[in-house]
Design a binder for this molecule. Structure first.
Ligand SMILES: NC(=O)c1ccc[n+]([C@@H]2O[C@H](COP(=O)([O-])OP(=O)(O)OC[C@H]3O[C@@H](n4cnc5c(N)ncnc54)[C@H](OP(=O)(O)O)[C@@H]3O)[C@@H](O)[C@H]2O)c1
Length: 342
């Protein structure tokens, strides 16, 4: 077993007890921690890169829906090198990645030079993908890939018509645009950012629409059938509009809630058009199926220019600014977090 250093650094979120308002009592600081602070687990990994997802921003704010106890180390993504393993599936020196499960939510996360996790959380880094590139994808890309895979599994192919992606400049949205375009779909990107149209076209969008055009609050149970399918990343009225605008036997996936966690929709899209609504949960996606999906992300679905999806690369010290931006829906693409580097 490789020896861990006597101490290393991690971003630690603490909460002052006694106040009911988490945002006001929560502080995140970079601290020196000890190897003995790491949780029990099979595989110890030196983290080269992590990333910033919307859920990480919630965790840094101490959101009770994400963080279950304090002090907490956030970071739902990590890619790096195995330094010690009690599992026969992994050996020291192997390049790996971890996304989801309880990483950075209920347990110690990737904003740390070292993590220790159960073996079934670990995925070997696909050939041709560096740790940094894996974190350009991160949970956002994995969620987008799951969404695309669900559309495909439902039988909606590129020949069936346009595929809508909402929240198109966000982490999940931008990777969905880029990967669906690579898979041959005519992608319509819905965005609230009027200055991002050229960038979305560069990623592969065939057409851009303003977010408001995809938000119908008329209450009509069905709208004109526009989309063969939709990858919704924002929820709320945009999701209900997508469901009501999807053509016969189409498929809509749903993963996010930045625009609302409730939907108000009649059963008509489902019983008159046979539209399917597929929920996406990337955190607990079966371990046995993860490797195959990552192979598609690193292979046929790999965006033509993965680096074009990077909004910024930051250290843990510089993360705060991007946390505010992602909470405000202002990030374009992905923020990569450099921990120990390659
Ligand atoms: N289920 C899962 O497993 C899973 C996994 C990953 C993420 N998620 C969820 O998916 C959502 C997106 O995550 P992300 O990491 O991609 O976040 P993100 O990078 O912040 O992207 C969200 C995008 O949504 C759009 N948006 C923001 N506020 C909006 C509003 N009020 N109305 C309509 N659109 C709005 C913006 O894009 P435009 O400006 O281009 O419109 C924004 O960039 C989050 O709710 C996240 O928690 C779920």
């Amino acid at each position: 077993m490789s020896k861990l250093p006597d101490e290393f650094t991690a971003l630690v979120v603490s909460q002052t007890p006694g106040n009911q308002t988490p945002e006001k009592t929560t502080a995140s600081t970079i601290q020196h921690v000890l190897p003995s602070d790491l949780p029990a687990g099979d595989v110890t990994i030196r983290v080269a890169y992590s990333s910033l997802n919307y859920k990480d921003a919630l965790a840094i704010g101490g959101h009770p829906g994400v963080v279950r106890r304090f002090p907490h180390v956030p970071g739902i993504d990590a890619a790096g090198t195995v330094v010690a393993s009690d599992s026969p599936s992994y050996t020291a020196g192997q390049k790996v990645l971890v996304t989801g499960f309880d990483l950075g939510a209920g347990s110690w996360g990737g904003y740390s030079e070292y993590i220790r996790v159960p073996a079934n959380w670990v995925v070997p880094l696909p050939a041709g993908l560096t740790a940094r590139e894996a974190m350009i994808f991160g949970t956002a890309g994995f969620t987008a890939a799951q969404s695309l895979s669900a559309i495909e599994a439902h039988g909606v192919g590129p020949e069936d018509g346009e595929l809508l992606v909402t929240g198109a400049t966000g982490g999940v949205g931008s990777l969905a645009v880029a990967m669906a375009a690579r898979a041959g779909y005519q992608v319509v990107a819905a965005t609230g950012k009027s200055d991002a149209h050229a960038w979305l076209e560069q990623l592969g969008a065939a057409r851009i629409v303003d977010r408001h055009e995809c938000t119908d609050e008329s209450g009509r149970p069905l709208l004109g059938a526009k989309w063969a399918g939709a990858i919704d990343t924002v929820g709320g009225a945009m999701l209900t509009t997508a469901l009501r605008s999807t053509a016969l036997h189409g498929c809509v996936t749903c993963c996010g809630m930045v625009a609302g966690d409730e939907i108000n929709v009649s059963i008509f899209p489902f019983i008159l058009r046979g539209v399917a609504l597929v929920g996406i949960d990337s955190a607990w996606f079966a371990s046995a199926r993860r490797g195959a999906l990552w192979q598609r992300m690193a292979g046929p679905w790999r965006p033509a220019d993965l680096e074009a999806l990077v909004c910024s690369t930051t250290s843990l010290e510089g993360l705060d600014d991007y946390v505010h931006q992602i909470r405000a829906g202002k990030i374009r693409g992905r923020v990569v977090v450099e921990i120990a580097g390659e």
